[in-house]
Design a binder for this molecule. Structure first.
Ligand code: NAD
Length: 290
């Protein structure tokens, strides 16, 4: 397939490289990041999308996505699919899809889980919103970049799944970290705590797969001085998207709201910026009850 790829940052570059390795012709564009080897570098964003069967975007936020979509949609060939893989707000995802469909294009929102490691290894999970036809067109590309693609529903459903998942992740990581700090103060050995919880009803991905306590469980950013991994500011971005969505549909999300407050303080007023999101553990250890 002929693919235009816009946004070749930490995630986009390895995703574009995997598409190229799978035999697709990829033309890439980024305002600053270089093109991975083998990906043709477009001089401007329009060159990247002209004649493409599928245009993929991997951009920082919804405002930038809307801006890029407004530029590229008129230049895309009829019947092509615009597939956004960024994590953005549900409203932006739906607005971009409406614009694309009105122009005779297919549109998908297809945010990912799996991080930079999953992007490099081609093991991402895609959660996808949009039509059956657009999903069928892009499915082979999802299979080249990831291990699983779930068609979640109509436009916006992929972003809805992503923010619900990450709201759970933010809240469970926060409570896992505070439980370790409580265990410390109760004199409970961290390895024993892991042994119990990871096989009891308190288990979760945060505990079992990404344990925030160094030296315990599988290798995680805690074992690398909390270098990301998944940066606290990216978790904060996703939590804020969850709260924006909850506000828009009048959903009561008190745990998500509390996790958002914690990560806001951690990133903006404490030492969380640039650290992994599991670095809440040393933060809780250093503090008493507020
Ligand atoms: P990044 O900042 O490394 O990459 C974004 C790229 O977009 C940058 O290279 C930037 O120059 C480029 N860009 C910005 N405006 C542009 C424009 N107008 N035209 C062309 N290029 C433009 O970010 P990332 O880590 O690759 O994340 C991308 C998206 O994926 C975000 O929405 C993020 O929330 C989501 N995401 C990231 C991770 C992760 O672990 N990094 C995991 C899941 C989802």
């Amino acid at each position: 397939m002929k693919i235009g790829f816009i946004g070749l940052g930490n995630m986009g570059a390895p995703m574009a490289a995997n598409l190229m390795r799978a035999g697709h012709t990829v033309t890439g564009f980024d305002l600053v990041a270089p093109c991975p080897e083998g990906v043709h570098k477009a001089q401007d964003v329009l060159e990247a999308v002209r004649g493409a069967d599928v245009v993929l975007t991997m951009l920082p936020n919804g405002a930038i996505l809307r801006d890029v979509a407004a530029q590229v949609i008129p230049a895309m060939q009829a019947g092509a699919v615009l597939c956004d893989c960024s994590t953005v707000d549900v409203d932006s995802a739906r607005a971009v899809a409406d614009l694309a469909v009105a122009a005779g294009l297919g549109a998908l929102d297809a945010p990912v889980s799996g991080g930079v490691g999953g992007a490099a290894a081609g093991t991402l999970t895609f959660m996808v919103g949009g039509s059956d036809a657009a999903f069928a067109t892009v499915l082979p590309l999802f299979e080249s970049m990831g291990q699983k693609a779930v068609h979640c529903g109509a436009a916006g459903a992929g972003q809805a799944a992503k923010i619900c998942n990450n709201m759970i992740l933010g809240a469970t990581m926060a409570v896992t970290c505070e439980a370790f700090a409580l265990a410390d103060k109760l004199g409970l050995d961290r390895a024993r705590m892991f042994d119990v919880v990871s096989t009891s009803s308190g288990y979760s991905w945060s505990m079992n797969a990404y344990c925030p306590a160094p030296g315990i469980g599988p290798q995680s950013p805690a074992d690398n001085d909390y270098k990301p991994g998944f940066a606290a500011e990216l978790m904060l971005k996703d939590l804020r998207l969850s709260q924006q969505a909850a506000e828009a549909v009048d959903a009561d999300t008190p745990m998500g709201a509390r996790a958002t407050e914690l990560y806001t303080a951690f990133v903006e007023s404490e030492d969380g910026k640039g650290r992994d999101f599991s670095a809440l553990l040393p933060r809780f250890v250093a503090r008493g009850r507020a």
